[in-house]
Design a protein around this ligand. Structure first.
Ligand code: URA
Length: 298
């Protein structure tokens, strides 16, 4: 059987461009990958004399992203004026441009200078050309562990809300204002809210993500990210119920899904659901009578 790893690598690259950060590898796939490894190692040792240690198999070097093209200003997103560090967005497709942002976020100077966030970056997930962009506050323990926003209990609640809207994770773009888990002394699974300074340090990414994704609507989850995006002092209670605006995009503020996890009252669920209905109406998504009636008291 002739085997080449090239199509697999190509497929994984395409998944990455679509925003995937993980692939599940079952036992069968593991065996196939091991076979690739063994054959590559055999190929590498073909020129070795007997008894020599086989050369280690190195992964293919990542291809550099194209540098910004002169005369193609649409390939660049201007950094906000107050940022001390230059954020340059490269790539032709939205997916490539999000990847270029992600690469810069990992070592972002203003974040490193604060020295109050943890090391592992959690950037975003979903469709970089989505109509709906959801913005939370910061990754927590589960998100840091899995490298993906909203994968813990709050994320599962959010998945349920999206499902009720007829959407899946891959249909929307999900991100957080802060791309690293806020650090605490003796930290285990506990989390804290990001500070204003931490949010400010990461805001150039939100500006750039909004420009790249160009969503039709933004849903802000909770008062903390609302403060960062809208400069609002108000609580979710005072901000929800109407559209705001960020970088020319309509913004709906609603409760963070963790609030609903801790407050199971039907009336609170209904408020969050009404915010989602207003987004669905705004996007002219079909809404059934059943959907319209979710969480209405009998
Ligand atoms: N809460 C957030 O705001 N974001 C996450 O990614 C997870 C929990």
């Amino acid at each position: 059987m002739s085997m080449s790893a090239a199509p697999v690598i190509e497929y994984l690259r395409q998944l990455e461009l679509q925003g995937e950060t993980h692939v599940n590898v079952d036992d069968e796939a593991r065996l196939i990958l091991r076979e690739f490894y063994l054959r590559a190692r055999a190929g590498n040792t073909a020129g070795n004399t007997a008894g020599h240690k086989p050369a280690p198999v190195s992964p293919p070097a990542p291809e550099p992203l194209p540098s910004p093209l002169p005369g193609r200003p649409e390939n660049q997103v201007a950094e906000p004026a107050e940022s001390p560090e230059q954020l340059v967005v490269t790539g032709n497709s939205a997916a490539e441009r999000i990847i270029s942002l992600k690469r810069q976020a990992a070592g972002w100077g203003p974040v490193r200078a604060l020295d109050s966030l943890r090391q592992t970056m959690v950037f975003s997930v979903g469709n970089p050309e989505a109509d709906v962009m959801l913005i939370g506050e910061a990754p927590g323990y589960d998100e840091e562990r899995l490298g993906e926003p909203f994968v813990g209990k709050a994320g599962q609640k959010l998945d349920g809300i999206l499902k009720a809207m007829g959407l899946a994770r891959r249909d929307v773009y999900m991100t957080n204002v802060v791309k690293f888990r806020p650090a605490m002394p003796n930290q285990t699974t506990n989390s804290r809210k990001p500070t204003s300074a931490e949010m400010e340090a990461c805001m150039p990414f939100i500006h750039a993500e909004v420009e790249v994704v160009a969503p039709k609507v933004i849903i802000v989850l909770g008062g903390t990210p609302a403060q960062a995006l809208l400069g609002a002092e108000g609580s979710v209670v005072s901000l929800r119920g109407e559209f705001h605006e960020f970088a020319g995009v309509p913004v709906r503020v609603t409760y963070h899904p963790s609030y609903i996890l801790h407050n199971e009252a039907t009336a609170e669920k209904r408020k969050l659901w009404e915010d989602m209905l207003s987004v669905m109406d705004y996007l002219k998504m079909p809404v059934s009578d059943k959907q319209r009636g979710f969480f209405l008291s009998p």
